[in-house]
Design a protein around this ligand. Sequence first.
Ligand SMILES: NC(=O)c1ccc[n+]([C@@H]2O[C@H](COP(=O)([O-])OP(=O)(O)OC[C@H]3O[C@@H](n4cnc5c(N)ncnc54)[C@H](OP(=O)(O)O)[C@@H]3O)[C@@H](O)[C@H]2O)c1
Length: 332
Amino acid sequence: MNLACIGHPLESRPRDPWIFLLSSLGFIVLLKHTLFFLQWFHSTFLRPPKDLAQYGPWALVTGCTDGIGRAFAFNLARRGLNLVLVSRNHEKLETVSNEIETTFPSIETRIVAVDFSKDASSCVRSIEEAIQGLDIGVLINNVGITYPGACFFHEVEERVWREIVRVNVEGTARVTRAVVPGMVRRRRGAVVSVGSGAAIVVPSHPLFAIYAATKAFIDQLSRSLHVEYKLHGVDFQCQVPLYVATRMASKVASIESKSMFVPSPDEYARVAIDHIGYEPRCMPHWAHSLQWCFAHCVPDRVLDAWRLSIGLKRREKYYAMSSSSYQVGFFN
Ligand SMILES: NC(=O)c1ccc[n+]([C@@H]2O[C@H](COP(=O)([O-])OP(=O)(O)OC[C@H]3O[C@@H](n4cnc5c(N)ncnc54)[C@H](OP(=O)(O)O)[C@@H]3O)[C@@H](O)[C@H]2O)c1
Protein backbone atom coordinates (compact mmCIF):
# COMPACT_ATOMS: atom_id res chain seq x y z
CA MET A 1 0.00 0.00 0.00
CA ASN A 2 1.28 3.43 -0.87
CA LEU A 3 1.23 5.24 2.49
CA ALA A 4 2.15 8.57 0.91
CA CYS A 5 -1.27 8.70 -0.72
CA ILE A 6 -3.19 8.38 2.58
CA GLY A 7 -2.00 11.65 4.24
CA HIS A 8 -3.18 13.16 7.56
CA PRO A 9 -6.99 13.26 8.01
CA LEU A 10 -6.94 17.06 8.78
CA GLU A 11 -4.86 17.87 5.71
CA SER A 12 -7.45 16.34 3.45
CA ARG A 13 -10.12 18.78 4.75
CA PRO A 14 -10.20 22.25 3.24
CA ARG A 15 -8.99 24.88 5.80
CA ASP A 16 -11.87 26.84 7.34
CA PRO A 17 -11.32 30.45 6.24
CA TRP A 18 -13.45 31.76 9.15
CA ILE A 19 -11.15 30.25 11.74
CA PHE A 20 -8.19 31.82 10.04
CA LEU A 21 -9.93 35.21 9.81
CA LEU A 22 -11.13 35.22 13.43
CA SER A 23 -7.79 34.14 14.87
CA SER A 24 -6.03 36.83 12.80
CA LEU A 25 -8.46 39.45 14.06
CA GLY A 26 -7.97 38.24 17.64
CA PHE A 27 -4.22 38.46 17.21
CA ILE A 28 -4.44 42.03 15.85
CA VAL A 29 -6.69 43.16 18.73
CA LEU A 30 -4.40 41.53 21.29
CA LEU A 31 -1.35 43.11 19.68
CA LYS A 32 -3.02 46.54 19.65
CA HIS A 33 -3.90 46.33 23.35
CA THR A 34 -0.47 45.02 24.29
CA LEU A 35 1.25 47.85 22.40
CA PHE A 36 -1.11 50.38 23.98
CA PHE A 37 -0.35 49.00 27.46
CA LEU A 38 3.42 49.03 26.86
CA GLN A 39 3.26 52.59 25.55
CA TRP A 40 1.21 53.70 28.59
CA PHE A 41 3.57 51.92 31.00
CA HIS A 42 6.57 53.55 29.39
CA SER A 43 5.13 57.08 29.35
CA THR A 44 3.77 56.77 32.91
CA PHE A 45 6.67 55.10 34.71
CA LEU A 46 9.81 54.87 32.59
CA ARG A 47 10.09 57.81 30.19
CA PRO A 48 12.68 60.39 31.25
CA PRO A 49 11.24 63.88 31.82
CA LYS A 50 12.39 66.68 29.54
CA ASP A 51 14.89 69.22 30.77
CA LEU A 52 12.49 72.13 31.17
CA ALA A 53 15.32 74.70 31.21
CA GLN A 54 15.75 73.93 27.50
CA TYR A 55 12.49 75.84 26.91
CA GLY A 56 13.74 78.93 28.77
CA PRO A 57 14.54 80.01 32.34
CA TRP A 58 11.08 81.28 33.33
CA ALA A 59 7.66 79.64 33.79
CA LEU A 60 4.29 81.33 34.18
CA VAL A 61 1.55 79.62 36.22
CA THR A 62 -2.04 80.88 36.44
CA GLY A 63 -4.24 80.09 39.46
CA CYS A 64 -1.14 79.40 41.53
CA THR A 65 -2.18 80.26 45.10
CA ASP A 66 -3.99 77.01 45.76
CA GLY A 67 -4.46 73.40 44.66
CA ILE A 68 -2.87 72.09 41.49
CA GLY A 69 -1.48 75.48 40.38
CA ARG A 70 0.35 76.02 43.66
CA ALA A 71 1.83 72.52 43.45
CA PHE A 72 2.89 73.18 39.83
CA ALA A 73 4.66 76.37 40.95
CA PHE A 74 6.62 74.62 43.71
CA ASN A 75 7.61 71.70 41.50
CA LEU A 76 8.68 73.95 38.62
CA ALA A 77 10.85 75.88 41.10
CA ARG A 78 12.29 72.56 42.26
CA ARG A 79 13.17 71.91 38.61
CA GLY A 80 15.11 75.21 38.49
CA LEU A 81 12.66 77.56 36.78
CA ASN A 82 12.01 81.15 37.86
CA LEU A 83 8.32 81.91 38.19
CA VAL A 84 5.74 84.47 37.17
CA LEU A 85 2.91 83.76 39.61
CA VAL A 86 -0.55 84.81 38.43
CA SER A 87 -3.68 84.61 40.59
CA ARG A 88 -6.36 86.90 41.93
CA ASN A 89 -5.37 87.58 45.55
CA HIS A 90 -2.31 89.77 46.13
CA GLU A 91 -1.65 88.65 49.71
CA LYS A 92 -1.88 84.96 48.85
CA LEU A 93 0.47 85.57 45.92
CA GLU A 94 3.00 87.23 48.22
CA THR A 95 2.79 84.29 50.62
CA VAL A 96 3.39 81.74 47.84
CA SER A 97 6.21 83.85 46.40
CA ASN A 98 7.94 84.14 49.81
CA GLU A 99 7.54 80.42 50.48
CA ILE A 100 9.06 79.54 47.11
CA GLU A 101 11.97 81.98 47.42
CA THR A 102 12.70 80.72 50.96
CA THR A 103 12.55 77.05 49.94
CA PHE A 104 14.52 77.56 46.72
CA PRO A 105 16.88 80.51 47.30
CA SER A 106 18.21 80.50 43.72
CA ILE A 107 14.71 80.98 42.26
CA GLU A 108 13.32 84.40 41.37
CA THR A 109 9.58 85.08 41.36
CA ARG A 110 7.31 87.86 40.13
CA ILE A 111 3.65 88.21 41.03
CA VAL A 112 0.70 89.46 39.00
CA ALA A 113 -2.65 89.84 40.76
CA VAL A 114 -5.51 89.62 38.26
CA ASP A 115 -9.09 88.42 38.41
CA PHE A 116 -9.90 86.66 35.14
CA SER A 117 -13.60 86.68 35.92
CA LYS A 118 -13.71 90.45 35.52
CA ASP A 119 -12.06 91.91 32.44
CA ALA A 120 -9.83 89.34 30.78
CA SER A 121 -8.27 91.88 28.39
CA SER A 122 -7.04 94.14 31.21
CA CYS A 123 -5.71 91.04 33.05
CA VAL A 124 -3.71 90.14 30.01
CA ARG A 125 -2.31 93.67 29.68
CA SER A 126 -0.99 93.37 33.25
CA ILE A 127 0.55 89.99 32.42
CA GLU A 128 2.13 91.35 29.22
CA GLU A 129 3.72 94.20 31.19
CA ALA A 130 5.03 91.79 33.84
CA ILE A 131 6.64 89.42 31.33
CA GLN A 132 8.26 92.07 29.15
CA GLY A 133 11.91 91.13 28.68
CA LEU A 134 11.45 87.71 30.35
CA ASP A 135 12.22 84.50 28.50
CA ILE A 136 9.08 82.51 29.37
CA GLY A 137 9.75 78.92 28.36
CA VAL A 138 6.85 77.16 30.09
CA LEU A 139 3.26 78.34 30.47
CA ILE A 140 0.85 76.47 32.73
CA ASN A 141 -2.75 77.49 32.00
CA ASN A 142 -4.13 76.11 35.21
CA VAL A 143 -6.75 78.60 36.36
CA GLY A 144 -10.25 77.14 36.23
CA ILE A 145 -13.51 77.49 38.11
CA THR A 146 -16.81 75.69 38.23
CA TYR A 147 -20.07 76.10 40.11
CA PRO A 148 -20.06 75.20 43.79
CA GLY A 149 -22.87 72.69 43.53
CA ALA A 150 -24.44 70.54 40.85
CA CYS A 151 -27.36 72.23 39.08
CA PHE A 152 -29.37 72.21 35.90
CA PHE A 153 -28.27 74.51 33.09
CA HIS A 154 -31.29 76.81 33.51
CA GLU A 155 -30.56 77.21 37.21
CA VAL A 156 -27.12 78.73 36.69
CA GLU A 157 -27.27 82.51 36.92
CA GLU A 158 -26.08 84.23 33.76
CA ARG A 159 -23.44 86.15 35.76
CA VAL A 160 -22.04 82.83 37.00
CA TRP A 161 -21.79 80.99 33.71
CA ARG A 162 -20.33 84.05 32.00
CA GLU A 163 -17.63 84.18 34.67
CA ILE A 164 -16.86 80.50 34.16
CA VAL A 165 -16.51 81.08 30.42
CA ARG A 166 -14.40 84.19 31.02
CA VAL A 167 -11.97 82.42 33.36
CA ASN A 168 -11.76 78.97 31.73
CA VAL A 169 -12.09 79.89 28.05
CA GLU A 170 -11.16 83.53 27.59
CA GLY A 171 -8.51 83.55 30.32
CA THR A 172 -6.76 80.48 28.86
CA ALA A 173 -6.91 81.73 25.27
CA ARG A 174 -5.76 85.27 26.10
CA VAL A 175 -2.84 84.27 28.33
CA THR A 176 -1.71 81.82 25.66
CA ARG A 177 -1.99 84.57 23.04
CA ALA A 178 0.14 86.87 25.22
CA VAL A 179 2.93 84.35 25.80
CA VAL A 180 3.18 82.48 22.49
CA PRO A 181 4.67 85.28 20.29
CA GLY A 182 7.83 85.33 22.45
CA MET A 183 8.07 81.54 22.27
CA VAL A 184 7.70 81.62 18.48
CA ARG A 185 10.45 84.27 18.22
CA ARG A 186 12.78 82.15 20.33
CA ARG A 187 11.61 78.95 18.58
CA ARG A 188 11.09 77.13 21.90
CA GLY A 189 8.42 76.79 24.53
CA ALA A 190 5.89 74.49 26.19
CA VAL A 191 2.27 75.41 26.85
CA VAL A 192 0.31 73.15 29.19
CA SER A 193 -3.42 73.69 29.67
CA VAL A 194 -5.24 71.87 32.43
CA GLY A 195 -8.34 70.17 31.03
CA SER A 196 -10.59 67.76 32.88
CA GLY A 197 -11.92 64.23 32.68
CA ALA A 198 -15.34 65.90 32.74
CA ALA A 199 -14.89 66.65 29.04
CA ILE A 200 -12.80 63.71 27.91
CA VAL A 201 -13.27 60.58 30.01
CA VAL A 202 -17.04 60.57 30.40
CA PRO A 203 -19.44 61.02 27.47
CA SER A 204 -21.35 63.72 29.38
CA HIS A 205 -21.12 65.64 32.61
CA PRO A 206 -24.71 66.40 33.55
CA LEU A 207 -25.37 69.19 36.06
CA PHE A 208 -21.90 70.63 35.46
CA ALA A 209 -22.49 71.19 31.74
CA ILE A 210 -20.90 74.64 31.35
CA TYR A 211 -17.76 73.57 33.18
CA ALA A 212 -17.42 70.42 31.03
CA ALA A 213 -17.99 72.44 27.85
CA THR A 214 -15.25 74.93 28.75
CA LYS A 215 -12.86 72.04 29.34
CA ALA A 216 -13.73 70.56 25.92
CA PHE A 217 -12.73 73.94 24.44
CA ILE A 218 -9.36 73.75 26.22
CA ASP A 219 -8.77 70.21 24.95
CA GLN A 220 -9.50 71.03 21.32
CA LEU A 221 -7.59 74.34 21.44
CA SER A 222 -4.49 72.64 22.84
CA ARG A 223 -4.55 69.75 20.42
CA SER A 224 -5.02 72.00 17.41
CA LEU A 225 -2.27 74.37 18.55
CA HIS A 226 -0.02 71.36 19.14
CA VAL A 227 -0.17 70.67 15.42
CA GLU A 228 -0.04 74.36 14.42
CA TYR A 229 3.00 75.33 16.51
CA LYS A 230 5.12 72.18 16.20
CA LEU A 231 6.64 73.95 13.20
CA HIS A 232 7.64 76.83 15.47
CA GLY A 233 9.23 74.67 18.17
CA VAL A 234 6.42 75.17 20.70
CA ASP A 235 4.96 72.07 22.41
CA PHE A 236 1.27 72.39 23.30
CA GLN A 237 -0.38 69.89 25.59
CA CYS A 238 -3.72 69.37 27.31
CA GLN A 239 -3.27 67.55 30.61
CA VAL A 240 -6.35 65.72 31.84
CA PRO A 241 -6.77 65.17 35.58
CA LEU A 242 -9.62 63.35 37.26
CA TYR A 243 -10.18 64.17 40.93
CA VAL A 244 -7.25 65.72 42.79
CA ALA A 245 -7.66 66.53 46.49
CA THR A 246 -8.05 70.31 46.24
CA ARG A 247 -10.55 72.92 47.39
CA MET A 248 -12.44 72.50 44.10
CA ALA A 249 -12.81 68.72 44.59
CA SER A 250 -13.91 69.29 48.16
CA LYS A 251 -16.66 71.70 47.10
CA VAL A 252 -18.03 69.78 44.12
CA ALA A 253 -17.44 66.17 45.15
CA SER A 254 -16.96 66.33 48.95
CA ILE A 255 -13.43 64.93 48.55
CA GLU A 256 -11.61 66.00 51.69
CA SER A 257 -8.34 64.12 51.44
CA LYS A 258 -6.17 62.16 49.10
CA SER A 259 -6.70 58.45 48.56
CA MET A 260 -5.48 55.74 46.23
CA PHE A 261 -7.45 57.08 43.28
CA VAL A 262 -7.35 60.77 44.29
CA PRO A 263 -3.79 62.12 44.44
CA SER A 264 -2.73 65.15 46.45
CA PRO A 265 -1.95 68.28 44.39
CA ASP A 266 1.77 67.71 44.95
CA GLU A 267 1.64 64.06 43.84
CA TYR A 268 -0.32 65.11 40.79
CA ALA A 269 1.91 68.06 39.83
CA ARG A 270 5.13 66.02 40.13
CA VAL A 271 4.01 63.52 37.49
CA ALA A 272 2.27 66.18 35.41
CA ILE A 273 5.55 68.09 35.06
CA ASP A 274 7.30 64.90 33.90
CA HIS A 275 4.84 64.75 30.96
CA ILE A 276 5.53 68.26 29.65
CA GLY A 277 6.70 68.36 26.04
CA TYR A 278 5.38 64.98 24.95
CA GLU A 279 1.95 64.03 23.53
CA PRO A 280 -0.78 66.64 22.73
CA ARG A 281 -3.14 65.14 25.30
CA CYS A 282 -2.15 63.13 28.35
CA MET A 283 -3.47 61.84 31.64
CA PRO A 284 -0.38 62.12 33.81
CA HIS A 285 -1.40 60.20 36.95
CA TRP A 286 -1.52 56.38 36.77
CA ALA A 287 -4.55 56.16 39.09
CA HIS A 288 -6.50 58.47 36.80
CA SER A 289 -5.48 56.41 33.74
CA LEU A 290 -6.82 53.26 35.39
CA GLN A 291 -10.17 54.96 35.98
CA TRP A 292 -10.19 56.13 32.34
CA CYS A 293 -9.55 52.56 31.25
CA PHE A 294 -12.48 51.26 33.37
CA ALA A 295 -14.74 54.02 31.99
CA HIS A 296 -13.71 53.04 28.46
CA CYS A 297 -15.06 49.52 29.05
CA VAL A 298 -18.49 50.73 30.17
CA PRO A 299 -21.18 51.63 27.58
CA ASP A 300 -21.88 55.38 27.23
CA ARG A 301 -25.51 54.95 28.23
CA VAL A 302 -24.49 53.38 31.54
CA LEU A 303 -21.92 56.12 32.22
CA ASP A 304 -24.51 58.82 31.38
CA ALA A 305 -27.03 57.30 33.82
CA TRP A 306 -24.36 56.97 36.52
CA ARG A 307 -23.17 60.58 36.11
CA LEU A 308 -26.75 61.85 36.14
CA SER A 309 -27.58 60.00 39.35
CA ILE A 310 -24.42 61.40 40.99
CA GLY A 311 -25.28 64.90 39.74
CA LEU A 312 -28.82 64.71 41.08
CA LYS A 313 -27.64 63.50 44.50
CA ARG A 314 -25.06 66.30 44.68
CA ARG A 315 -27.68 68.84 43.64
CA GLU A 316 -30.00 67.63 46.39
CA LYS A 317 -27.20 67.83 48.95
CA TYR A 318 -26.18 71.28 47.79
CA TYR A 319 -29.80 72.42 47.81
CA ALA A 320 -30.20 71.16 51.37
CA MET A 321 -27.03 72.90 52.50
CA SER A 322 -27.89 76.21 50.86
CA SER A 323 -30.30 78.63 52.42
CA SER A 324 -33.98 78.58 51.39
CA SER A 325 -33.33 79.74 47.82
CA TYR A 326 -31.04 77.85 45.48
CA GLN A 327 -28.17 80.27 45.06
CA VAL A 328 -25.34 79.40 42.71
CA GLY A 329 -22.14 81.28 43.40
CA PHE A 330 -18.42 80.99 43.13
CA PHE A 331 -15.65 79.59 45.20
CA ASN A 332 -14.08 82.51 47.01
N1 LIG B 1 -9.29 69.37 41.59
C1 LIG B 1 -9.78 68.52 40.73
O1 LIG B 1 -10.31 67.47 41.09
C2 LIG B 1 -9.73 68.84 39.25
C3 LIG B 1 -10.13 67.85 38.35
C4 LIG B 1 -10.07 68.11 37.00
C5 LIG B 1 -9.59 69.34 36.56
N2 LIG B 1 -9.21 70.29 37.46
C6 LIG B 1 -8.73 71.58 36.94
O2 LIG B 1 -7.49 71.90 37.55
C7 LIG B 1 -7.34 73.31 37.65
C8 LIG B 1 -6.99 73.69 39.06
O3 LIG B 1 -8.01 73.23 39.92
P1 LIG B 1 -7.85 73.19 41.50
O4 LIG B 1 -8.67 72.06 41.96
O5 LIG B 1 -6.42 73.26 41.87
O6 LIG B 1 -8.61 74.57 41.90
P2 LIG B 1 -8.57 75.39 43.26
O7 LIG B 1 -7.98 74.58 44.36
O8 LIG B 1 -9.92 75.94 43.42
O9 LIG B 1 -7.53 76.58 42.92
C9 LIG B 1 -7.84 77.50 41.92
C10 LIG B 1 -6.77 78.57 41.79
O10 LIG B 1 -7.19 79.50 40.80
C11 LIG B 1 -7.27 80.79 41.36
N3 LIG B 1 -8.42 81.52 40.82
C12 LIG B 1 -9.73 81.20 40.99
N4 LIG B 1 -10.50 82.09 40.37
C13 LIG B 1 -9.67 82.99 39.80
C14 LIG B 1 -9.88 84.16 39.02
N5 LIG B 1 -11.09 84.57 38.74
N6 LIG B 1 -8.81 84.86 38.58
C15 LIG B 1 -7.57 84.47 38.91
N7 LIG B 1 -7.31 83.37 39.64
C16 LIG B 1 -8.34 82.63 40.08
C17 LIG B 1 -7.45 80.57 42.85
O11 LIG B 1 -7.04 81.73 43.51
P3 LIG B 1 -7.57 82.07 44.99
O12 LIG B 1 -6.66 81.30 45.89
O13 LIG B 1 -7.45 83.53 45.13
O14 LIG B 1 -8.98 81.59 45.05
C18 LIG B 1 -6.54 79.34 43.08
O15 LIG B 1 -5.20 79.74 43.14
C19 LIG B 1 -8.67 73.90 37.17
O16 LIG B 1 -8.53 74.31 35.83
C20 LIG B 1 -9.63 72.74 37.28
O17 LIG B 1 -10.68 72.86 36.37
C21 LIG B 1 -9.27 70.07 38.79
